[in-house]
Write a protein of this length. Structure first.
Length: 354
């Protein structure tokens, strides 16, 4: 019992000494309290405002589509070559795959801590090396990312314009304007009208001209290649530069020249080239009007609330520029949740100090 009482007495004496010291040095205690409060206020203002922490997931997928191919063909001609190629990439720890009718999915895992962009480029390089061995028309897509790929803000844009007109306006006005907002990494659009080029020909017509139908398919890889050639940097924006040429209309494609033994033949003279909308599988409307979804993704080091505020401030002007009843509706925004969390944290801290 005596040792226990001795410890209690020592604790009481320590509290008494601290109390007397605080009362004797009131100005010092006040200054220290103000310093702690000041540091707390500064820390709250400098706090990186995120709803989801920036985490790079050490995993990626390589998706390939081969319409009409059986699972066995997909496995042998696409999945297996891709598996062999990516297995040799430095840092890769595991490769799994799934082959189904017309679709190949290869999942790649790597060590934690490796740079996501570096791994993405390595995977793309290894897959690009298979271009000559994969079946014609198969274009594997490398998909990687982390929580930074979650949109900061998601908007629905409705308008009295038809979908084709609205798509053109979004591509020409909305997307460039939003990409120029400080901290924005990418702007993606869903629900836009996509067009495709249909080439119809008669086998007898091609035979009369001495043209192999396979020659028509070979025209496009040879004539529609755009090669990344760097980035042009200015004080206000970065612009990706590409060399090469891509075709954007049926008329341009119809003017392609097909080599024959008797000289070049214009594609449009032996085939019908037409542009038409891709069949719509989903429709989005807001208040009975045609709508599209616009998603904004920020840079990993950007402030979520600042990016959201910059985008939101731009919307009234964009609505006025688009005209014809254009209206943005916020579907999802991370900023209010973050601001509310910080407000609650500040209130709790203030209550604690009080």
């Amino acid at each position: 019992m005596r040792p226990s009482c001795g410890h209690k007495l020592k604790g009481i004496r320590l509290v008494i000494r601290l109390t007397k010291g605080s009362l004797a040095q009131r100005s010092v205690v006040l200054l220290l309290s103000l310093l702690v409060i000041g540091l707390g206020v500064y820390a709250a203002g400098a706090l990186k405002q995120e709803m989801i922490p920036s985490i790079d997931v050490p995993r990626g997928s390589i998706l390939s589509v081969y319409p009409g191919a059986s699972p066995e063909v997909v496995e042998s001609q696409i999945t297996k070559p891709i598996e062999d190629a990516v297995s040799g990439v430095t840092g890769v720890t595991g490769v799994t795959s799934k082959s189904s009718s017309g679709v190949s999915q290869v999942t790649v895992e790597w060590d934690y801590g490796l740079n996501l962009d570096d791994m993405t480029n390595k995977l793309r390089s290894s897959v690009a090396g298979l271009a000559s061995t994969l079946p014609s028309g198969v274009d594997p897509q490398v998909i990687t990312g982390g929580f930074d790929d979650v949109p900061v803000i998601m908007l629905a844009l409705s308008s009295d314009d038809d979908l084709n007109t609205l798509t053109d306006k979004v591509n020409q006005q909305v997307t460039p304007a939003l990409k120029a907002v400080d901290g924005v990494r990418d702007v993606s659009v869903a629900g836009e009208e996509v067009h495709e080029i249909i080439i119809s020909y008669s086998a007898s017509t091609l035979n009369n001209e001495g043209i192999d139908p396979a020659t028509i398919a070979q025209l496009f890889p040879a004539n529609s290649i755009a090669i990344p050639s760097g980035t042009m940097r200015t004080p206000t924006a970065n612009t990706d530069v590409q060399t090469g040429h891509t075709y954007h209309s049926a008329a341009e494609i119809a003017d392609l020249q097909i080599p024959t033994a008797d000289g070049p033949v214009r594609l449009g003279d032996v085939a019908t080239v037409a542009e038409q909308p891709v069949e719509t599988t989903s429709i989005s409307r807001v208040g009975g009007k045609t709508a599209m979804t616009v998603m904004v993704v920020k840079n990993p080091d950007a402030n979520t609330v600042s990016v959201s505020s910059g985008v939101t401030a731009l919307l009234p002007q964009l609505q006025a520029d688009l005209g014809n009843g254009a209206e943005f509706t916020t579907v999802f925004d991370q900023a209010p949740y973050i601001e509310q969390s910080i407000h609650d944290l500040s209130v709790e801290g203030g209550i604690g100090l009080a």
